[in-house]
Design a protein around this ligand. Sequence first.
Ligand code: HEM
Length: 149
Amino acid sequence: MDWLAGLYPWLKAFHIVAVIAWMAGLLYLPRLFVYHAGAAVGSPQSETFKVMERRLLRGIMNPAMIAAYVFGILVLLTPEMIDSWRSGWFHAKVVLIVALTVYHHALARGRQAFAADANRRPAKFYRLMNEVPTAILVGIVILVVVKPF
Ligand code: HEM
């Protein structure tokens, strides 16, 4: 795993790029759901939202999430990073990563419901849901930068 040490800054840079792309989707998709929930089933707007939601999830969010995991795990495997495992802040970060991943899958299920014209949730639900990734993002950035414990 020594070869990873030389790549460390690159791996971290790509980890952050992937995380930004993933977060952009996690923030934008529920926003699309807010507008989609207000569009009549079968209307041209509703059909356009379906295409936008599918492309956002499959073209950006899924690959970005996988890249964030791959680069994050490679950073974790670099020899000098092994200590991360023992830090309290890292364990808390793992909990928030799991929460973000569960949220991603909840959005994917929501997209399937919209695609099948089977969404029953009001726009307000998605407006509230939109706050979840922001709160998790604030928590993760404080944990990785401030390392409070
Ligand atoms: C997907 C699984 C993830 C894994 C396995 C992972 C792992 C890691 C590791 C090992 C580091 C290096 C820690 C250090 O520099 O001490 C790191 C850095 C970082 N991670 Fe993650 N991470 C993941 C997801 C995320 C997410 C979702 C965010 C933000 C929402 C994030 C934001 C960051 C940031 C900003 C840094 C740079 C910290 C610094 O260098 O000061 N990571 N990550």
